[in-house]
Ligand binder design. Sequence first.
Ligand SMILES: [Cu+2]
Length: 318
Amino acid sequence: MVKEVNATNDRNEQYLPAKRPSVIPEYFGSVIAVNGKAWPKHRVHRAVYRLTIINGCNSRFLALQLTSNGSPVPPFNVVMGDRGFLDEVSTQNHLVVGPMERYTVLVDFRVARPGSEILLKNFGADVPLMRKKSLRPCGDGNKCDRPTNDVMMFAVDGTVDNSYEIPEVLPRPRPYPFDRPVAGRRIISLVEGEDRMDRLTLLLNDRPFSLNAAKDLMPKFGTSEIWCFNNTTPDTHPMHVHLIAFKILHRVAHGRHGKRRKIPADKDERGPKDVVKVYPDMTTCIKTSQFDLRGPYMVHCHILEHEDYVMMQTFTIV
Ligand SMILES: [Cu+2]
């Protein structure tokens, strides 16, 4: 569980700084903690380890990377997303984890030198994530020397353990059938505005929150639907849907002069999920699993400050 803490006495670093309004648009702490401990050091053998990473930060998108001073560094072998196994193992050097996204990765520390120290770094900035391409990995024009660039350290000892390998094929069957016919399509727009006190408001479909679902958010029991999140704001929002799991179908980039470009889901997103990164200037489409309980549920942004004021709508399964 990666979460940030406020480790300063500076009044301006407090959650609600002096002379600020009672609502803040986002929050970024000064130090990153893992399982409640700031910058922990964990001893590992030269073996394959399974790490389940949960981003518990309020507003921060973690952009993770392993680095070392002199030792070869293993990649992340992503095997699971929020709700289950990916279609196939995704081997990658960087992993972007939005607030409340979960990823399970296998890391083969056998490639590291005995006695080496492997750092888990965050190359995400202390500001809201805008476009994905604004992220610069450590060493690639990014010095990564801020306190929040450090997440934790793995100290690799000399013991080699070959008990586990990276699997070539991931287990089936999948718990969520995504092959049901589509019974409805909905567009949910992400809209930014200001309230009477000049505080940032973020809304879904430009509506205030109500426990009663609007007429256009009432899917039928026993069906599956395609929902498209149309992001009109400059920031990336981790959109979360309660009850169901979903599959990311594609994103449509809004180019100049009305040009549209379809982008497939990233390799590490090709599994059942319940949080999706909704990038700016794009429409992100998901297919839901079957709505298999009746009643009211929530769809909301998982940046906590956005959710609180009030990037959330009720959908009711009827
Ligand atoms: Cu948001």
